[in-house]
Ligand binder design. Structure first.
Ligand code: SF4
Length: 444
């Protein structure tokens, strides 16, 4: 079924803005490294810190070298489209948010669109478009099949709805006893703190919520969520997600974390975010100082492709790791984006090098209009088998399906257990050889 809608109004101002930026670019006023009048007080910005030495041994063609804090690719983009902006402003996460690209119509001024992208211009999608200038700088001059371009630029394929797809494939609405709370497992809850993200992934499981203008009335909804957690003593683990919680201000995050920490039965707080990959400037000294107050705190970062492991992202995750926060990654398996064992291998090994432990590889959820992103489960199993044994177990995440209808995450059976009987088990190793393990038996 094809769902067409009228184009959204209100995008012309963004186009005019982009045109203005391009016109400014032609004036060749480049202020790199100089103090920018639009930037805030540099004392507030971590851009003043020296860049840590690179831990990456593998080259990333998009960001191999850095000029002070920004990778070459970003600086080239900035020079071309934001020549009047200095590095201090560019590295200010608030500036990045304020200057997001939020309509497809603004993109043809940066790069030519393909047919499916053009078709999306005139269609009101389920999920709005938003891309930070930083993230856009990683792919603006790459071909249409570029993996991260495909993950954030809308196409008309999103309007093709296939069998089994739904707006809320995980049945979260049915497991929501209070605003923004999803309580599916006995001892833990999901706390949806915001529906805002700096950059929207086209395959987002929560596209029914994210980017909608009807934002939560934050504090009112949060207070109701806190009340629910406070009155359920079995909850010992809270995962703050959204939207992206790291797009909240330090003050709001502090309020959330402080209130959760004041609930004595909450032992663990987790945060799910894609910010280090799409808005690494958000990881500031002030933020890590704030987070440090709320241990034990765990952060799971959504990574899609190894090209996201730029100097900026590396610096951001290292700041978090240096604070003593255990970092894990979550990756969605996506057709044409990361569905090759080479890409996954590079991503997972790259993550380990920057102290992020690959945690979950998700089978893509059947949200509406996701068929062009979804691989078969058999392909996922094959890819996992190609990794297992060939790289360290530390670099291998658990491949899971978040069961449609609200069944929770279920690890996919990779077929390594051939037989189970009272005497023991027969197991298949990564080379395809069969080995047996015997259960403890009677003494001889
Ligand atoms: S960052 Fe997460 S919540 Fe935001 S659009 Fe991407 S998948 Fe959805």
């Amino acid at each position: 079924m094809w769902l067409w809608d009228l184009p959204t109004a209100n995008f012309f101002s963004e186009v005019i803005q982009v045109a203005r930026k391009m016109a400014e670019a032609t004036k060749k006023h480049v202020f790199i490294g100089k103090r920018d009048p639009e930037a805030g007080d540099p004392k507030d910005l971590d851009a003043k810190e020296a860049e840590p030495p690179s831990l990456c041994t593998r080259s990333n063609s998009r960001a191999t070298k850095s000029h002070r804090f920004s990778s070459v690719k970003c600086l080239e983009f900035k020079k071309r489209f934001f020549p009047h902006i200095g590095e201090y402003a560019w590295n200010d996460w608030r500036w990045q948010l304020k200057n997001r690209y939020t309509h497809v119509l603004s993109l043809p001024l940066l790069f030519p669109l393909i047919k499916e992208e053009k078709e999306a211009i005139h269609t009101k999608g389920r999920l709005p478009m938003a891309v930070t200038p930083y993230y856009l700088s990683l792919f603006w001059d790459m071909p249409p099949e570029d993996p991260i371009r495909r993950s954030v630029v809308p196409t008309s394929r999103e309007f093709l709805v296939s069998e089994g797809e739904s707006q809320d494939p995980l049945g979260e609405e049915g497991n929501s006893p209070a605003p923004g709370i999803v309580h599916r497992y006995p001892d833990r809850v999901l706390f949806l703190a915001t529906n805002f993200c700096s950059t929207y992934c086209r395959y987002c499981t929560r596209s029914r919520l994210t980017g909608r203008p009807d934002n939560y009335s934050l504090k009112t909804a949060w207070e109701k969520g806190m009340e629910y957690i406070r009155s359920h003593k079995e909850i010992r683990d809270v995962l703050i997600s959204g939207g992206d919680p790291f797009t909240l201000s330090d003050e709001d995050l502090g309020w959330l974390l402080g209130n959760l920490r004041s609930i004595t039965h909450v032992e663990i707080i987790r945060i799910g975010t894609k910010v280090p990959a799409v808005l690494p400037q958000r990881i500031t000294k002030a933020l890590v100082r704030l987070l440090k107050r709320f241990h034990p705190l765990f952060i799971n970062i959504h990574f899609t492709h190894p090209v996201e492991l730029t100097n900026e992202t590396q610096r951001a995750v290292e700041m978090l790791a240096d604070t003593g926060i255990p970092l894990g990654s979550q990756t969605v398996l996506l057709k044409g984006i990361n569905n090759s064992s080479g890409t996954l291998r590079e991503l997972f090994l790259g993550l380990l090098r920057v102290r992020v432990r690959p945690y979950y590889l998700y089978q893509c959820d059947p949200i509406m209009g996701s068929s062009h992103f979804r691989t078969t489960v058999q392909e996922g199993i094959r890819l996992m088998k190609e990794l297992r044994g060939h790289i360290s177990g530390l670099a291998i995440p658990t491949y899971v399906i978040d069961a449609p209808g609200g069944g929770g995450k279920i690890p996919v059976d990779l077929g390594t257990t051939i037989e189970v009987n009272p005497q023991g088990v027969s197991l298949l190793n990564y080379q395809g050889r069969i080995y047996s393990y015997s259960n403890p038996g009677q003494a001889l």
